[in-house]
Design a binder for this molecule. Structure first.
Ligand SMILES: Cc1cc2nc3c(=O)[nH]c(=O)nc-3n(C[C@H](O)[C@H](O)[C@H](O)COP(=O)(O)O)c2cc1C
Length: 228
């Protein structure tokens, strides 16, 4: 795909205007049970093989205070115990730069930025089977730290096609629409990147570490990792 086709598909050529408690919500692109909990048969995602997994966290909160990193840690615990290899990238504490749109990569080459995304994260993402995108909900979307990473997919868009992915997020609000915009964006990204959605853990009503630790979302995240 060339740059013109990318711009057309992503709608960047159009003028677009954005006006823009503990609950329970976890979804997959496949089946949900009565509680909305992600349901996968064990081994359904991995086919019974050890997977290479990249977990991207994006909260600026300290590790032991962050609610979304708590979910990432619980997922990692389940996945590693199940024999998968996990590489974790903390976007908020790494040297990252936003895409400059210079197109020197031509969507298929090295990025002009020689930062932690290019040197540490991108090689791991390119060889990964599964990417786990983790974010606190910021104004009903993903954090800027995570969006910075995603925009940098541009330099290897085609090479990142075909992977599996998971979304994990935490939010203060508990309304059933809290994660709607984030999920729409993620689902669109999955479609464009030709990924397979392997599940979502959407921690509504989790605005503090204590709330998320006393919620069911940690168990869901760990089970999701264990059941890959
Ligand atoms: C800049 C900012 C924007 C936020 N926007 C929302 C929001 O739109 N909806 C919501 O429910 N919570 C919002 N929150 C609350 C966080 O999503 C919530 O506290 C989350 O648990 C933080 O996760 P973390 O500890 O992993 O960073 C916002 C917090 C910040 C700092």
């Amino acid at each position: 795909m060339n740059r013109r086709e990318f711009l057309k598909l992503t709608g960047m050529g159009a003028m677009t205007v954005f006006l823009s408690g503990c609950g329970l919500s976890a979804l997959t692109g496949q089946e949900k049970n009565a509680s909305g909990v992600a349901v996968h048969e064990k081994g359904e995602i991995s086919g019974g093989k050890a997977m290479k997994i990249v977990v991207i966290t994006s909260s600026p909160h300290p590790h032991d205070e962050s609610t979304s990193i708590y979910l990432a840690d619980r997922f990692t615990k389940g996945a590693t115990q199940a024999g998968h290899e996990v590489f974790t990238f903390g976007a908020a504490n790494s040297e990252t730069h936003p895409c400059r749109g210079c197109d020197q990569c031509h969507m298929d080459g090295p990025c002009i930025w020689k930062d932690d995304i290019e040197n540490a994260l991108m090689p791991k993402m390119l060889e990964a089977d599964l990417l786990v995108l983790t974010t606190p909900l910021y104004y009903f979307g993903m954090s800027a730290q995570l969006k910075t990473i995603i925009d940098r997919f541009y330099s290897r868009t085609g090479r990142l096609h075909g992977k599996k992915s998971i979304l994990m997020a935490t939010a203060y609000n508990r309304d059933d629409w809290t994660m709607s915009a984030l999920v729409d964006h993620y689902d669109t990204l999955v479609r464009y990147m030709e990924w397979q959605d392997a599940g979502k853990v959407l921690g509504i009503g989790c605005g503090s570490r204590s709330l998320v630790e006393h919620s069911q979302f940690g168990d869901m995240a760990e089970q999701m990792g264990a059941n890959l």
